[in-house]
Design a protein around this ligand. Structure first.
Ligand SMILES: Nc1ncnc2c1ncn2[C@@H]1O[C@H](COP(=O)(O)OP(=O)(O)O)[C@@H](O)[C@H]1O
Ligand SMILES: [Mg+2]
Length: 273
């Protein structure tokens, strides 16, 4: 039985039903209104792509949803309804339960998400212990399975490595493994393929597709790369200077996105509510 059994898991949401309904404004101390009433919905098992230029507020959204922005000096207002509960009203303890268990986060730049001094096994063990009381030795087999699913070596030599002994692609997979270890209902991936070579990029996109299909995991895929968003996402939101200027089905929004310079077509949108 897990140590946190008194804290109920968030209720299951049937595929296609709203999992996350958010309307978020955000400020940093020196920079007000970095997000201006950004409003979007992610349905269970849906992949929502969030695209926008550098500085448009994508990472701010990725951090705001699991309420991590405050820990980094930002301030948010609005509502973040997740599985029918408002995360804005949750206390610190409830939020610790949400992060890593209900919502997994792959932060921007994989290398900085890992502690350079710690072995890969230590990273995985800490991610396990955050939500499970069983001894790590019981987790070793499932963790090896997880690494194999992530396309990583699962032998002891790999587990003993430290981050700088990994390729960027491997580091990214380790960070994703940590984020999905507890099978969150929602995975937030911030520029998860941006630092990778094209082959690794394709492999990570295939991995996200597999997580989505096999585990019905919803994904908020944040990227400035139109091509990867077009390949992966069901729905797309376009962020510009802290405002969501368009949001709708990917097929409709990105029709012709492969046009020269990846310019976004002006398409009237059925608003995604
Ligand atoms: N900690 C911070 N303090 C002040 N301003 C910040 C901070 N983090 C980000 N910003 C600013 O907020 C805006 C949005 O940043 P960010 O969410 O990182 O954009 P993106 O991920 O789309 O590149 C940018 O103008 C950025 O300079
Ligand atoms: Mg960013």
């Amino acid at each position: 039985m897990d140590r946190f059994s008194e804290v109920a898991r968030f209720r299951e949401v049937a595929p296609g039903q709203p999992l996350l309904v958010a309307e978020i404004s955000a400020d940093y101390p020196e920079k007000p209104l970095v997000l201006d009433r950004v409003s979007f919905t992610i349905r269970s098992a849906e992949i929502l792509g969030l695209i926008g230029q550098s500085g448009s507020g994508k990472s701010t959204i990725a951090l705001a949803v699991p309420r991590l922005l405050e820990l980094r000096g930002g301030r948010i207002r609005g509502t973040i309804q997740f599985c029918g509960r408002d995360l804005m009203a949750c206390d610190a303890r409830a939020l610790r339960q949400v992060r890593g268990r209900e919502i997994g986060l792959v932060p921007q730049s994989p290398m900085s998400a890992l502690n350079p001094a710690l072995r890969i096994e230590t990273h995985l063990r800490e991610a396990w212990r955050a939500h499970r009381a069983e001894s790590w030795k019981f987790a070793k087999e499932p963790t090896r399975d997880l690494l194999i699913r992530m396309g990583l070596p699962a032998d002891d030599a790999f587990l003993r490595r430290i981050p700088r002994q990994l390729s960027v692609g491997q580091a990214q997979r380790v960070v994703i493994a940590m984020a999905v270890m507890h099978r969150p209902k929602l995975l937030i991936a911030d520029e998860a393929t941006s630092a990778l070579d094209p082959v690794s990029q394709q492999e990570i996109l295939a991995l996200f597709r597999k997580l989505n299909r096999e585990l019905q995991m919803a994904i908020l895929y944040v990227s400035h790369d139109l091509a990867s968003v077009a390949r992966l996402c069901h729905t797309v939101g376009i962020l510009e200077a802290g405002r969501l200027i368009q949001c709708g089905p990917a097929a409709q929004l990105l029709a012709g996105a492969a046009a020269p310079a990846g310019r976004l077509p002006e398409v009237p949108l059925a608003r995604f509510a």
